[in-house]
Design a protein around this ligand. Sequence first.
Ligand code: SF4
Ligand code: SF4
Length: 126
Amino acid sequence: MPRQADRNPVAPGLVALAAGNVLSPEEGAQPPLFDCQSCGACCSYSADWPRFSTENDEQLDRIPPDHVAADQSGMRCDGVRCSALSGKVGKHTACGIYELRPDVCRACMPAGDDCLMARRAHGLPT
Ligand code: SF4
Ligand code: SF4
């Protein structure tokens, strides 16, 4: 199970993670409503996300070990896709550990900067 020493207390959001990389958010977008269950873009964006951050040991111990990265720094990803994500991005998706998901996942809000960047990367409307 992941322990405190394995965690990054300042685990970045997707925008921070991508700063200086390929994608950058556009300014001034007026997002419509977003339906996470027909999206999943933020869950399939980066092999370095989501990282564990402010969770306590009790929270992390509830995450199924097969979904935890080998170095216990965050969720295990298959490529850029979180192993807990099921379904087809942009069509119908679900988080297999929704009630137990890491804090950075909870912080990624529909229509927020991270959301918009991930959706753009998947060619989804913003
Ligand atoms: S937060 Fe945004 S990118 Fe993530 S699943 Fe919801 S709509 Fe998609
Ligand atoms: S744990 Fe769930 S909400 Fe977080 S990235 Fe994985 S599938 Fe998405």
